[in-house]
Design a protein around this ligand. Structure first.
Ligand code: GTQ
Length: 355
């Protein structure tokens, strides 16, 4: 029979046919079998390469001067998980990263520096360490540094998702810096205070896609919320105090493909492990701690990665790997994942373990 089977496979090969029964087990695995690995980028190790990138190419020539954080199991694919892209972008004093737009949605989490701006849809936002900023799908955006210090931020994009759907479009702006048509702070005034325009709200909302009309979620507000909770609220044994950023008009994630979070682990926190189908990328905003990440190997055994992280470090937790967070001195962690898509498809799963 084996011989006849192989003859069948060989004969039908030129007709672009292949037998399902040979691959069925890997097409519908009993539980997620991601090729992605847990990985860690210490800022101390990465920063000198960013500095060297600043010496060998200008922001204008590079368009975006970014070092991509590539998952070690996905080298060459510009991906940190199967669905997400992450990179560290450097912009030096006086530089402009020219205006463009694309269907990919982007987030910035400011890692180092103060005072450069991102312009989105005619409004500039000054960036501070810890701010979370979005450039939604198909919105014009450019970045400029009018401060006297280098600025570095984490870029998070849904590049692999848009590539998967073959739905990528992009355009360059007619000038390097887009025309400014709104005073800084206008979108925050309209949408950042638990209020929204009574009339003409569509006029100010993002022009394309189901995205937040707020471009900037300033760190001062985020920390105020988390520190208040830390003083009095009940601690979650897995997450510490964890809040999701929202689109104020919908209560959903600020962008349709990417969810973003900030969490506070109090001093002495020893979290319980949990796993989720959405792989997540973390950026350490304050303090230090340890992430223990355990996954099942293709062969069936388990392997554990232990990352001791500090301020400005980055790490990735692949899908369905268990994550346990702990911190001696306390810490604040930014993270993002593709959770909104899992929720939209009804495939999101989470398992919270008790030990
Ligand atoms: O700032 O527009 O890291 O288009 C990759 C692609 C940043 C950006 C990236 C991009 C951008």
């Amino acid at each position: 029979m084996t011989k006849e089977r192989h003859q069948l496979y060989a004969d039908m090969l030129p007709h672009h046919l292949t037998p399902l029964w040979e691959v069925l087990h890997s097409l519908v695995p009993p539980s997620p079998a991601t090729p992605c690995l847990p990985a860690f980028w210490s800022y101390e190790a990465v920063r000198p390469y960013l500095a060297r990138a600043g010496e060998v190419i200008s922001a204008a020539e590079a368009v975006r001067r970014v070092l991509i954080l590539e998952n070690p199991a996905l080298r060459g694919q510009s991906a940190i998980t199967q669905s997400l892209y992450a990179g560290l972008q450097l912009i030096l004093p006086g530089e402009v990263a020219p205006s463009h737009r694309h269907t990919q949605s982007a987030l910035r989490f400011i890692v180092e520096g103060e005072g450069a701006y991102t312009a989105v849809n005619g409004e500039r936002t000054t960036m501070h360490e810890g701010d979370f900023i979005i450039t939604p799908s198909w919105t014009w955006h450019d970045h400029g540094n009018e401060s006297d210090k280098p600025m570095v931020w984490l870029d998070g994009l849904d590049i692999p998702i848009i590539r998967f759907f073959d739905a990528g479009f992009a355009e360059n702006g007619s000038s390097a810096a887009q025309a400014v048509t709104q005073t800084e702070g206008e979108s925050f005034a309209r949408f950042g205070h638990n209020m929204a325009p009574v009339r003409h709200d569509g006029l100010y909302a993002s022009p394309y896609g189901r995205t937040s009309p707020l471009f900037s979620y300033p760190i001062a507000r985020t920390l105020e919320a988390l520190y208040t909770l830390e003083r009095s609220a009940t601690l979650d044994d897995w997450d510490g105090f964890k809040l999701a950023y929202t689109n104020p008009l919908s209560g959903q994630s600020p962008m349709p493909t990417i969810a973003t979070f900030m969490q506070r682990l109090p001093k002495g926190f020893a979290g319980k492990p949990y796993k989720q189908t959405d792989g997540a990328v973390f950026s350490v905003c304050e303090g230090s701690g340890t992430a223990t990440i355990t996954g099942t190997q293709p062969g069936g055994g388990t392997s554990t990665a232990i990352f001791h992280f500090t301020h400005r470090d980055h790490f990735v937790v692949p899908s369905w790997h268990s994550l346990k967070l702990s911190s001696t001195e306390g810490c604040t962690l930014f993270s993002f994942s593709d959770k909104p898509i899992h929720l939209a498809l009804g495939i999101h799963r989470e398992e919270r373990q008790t030990h």
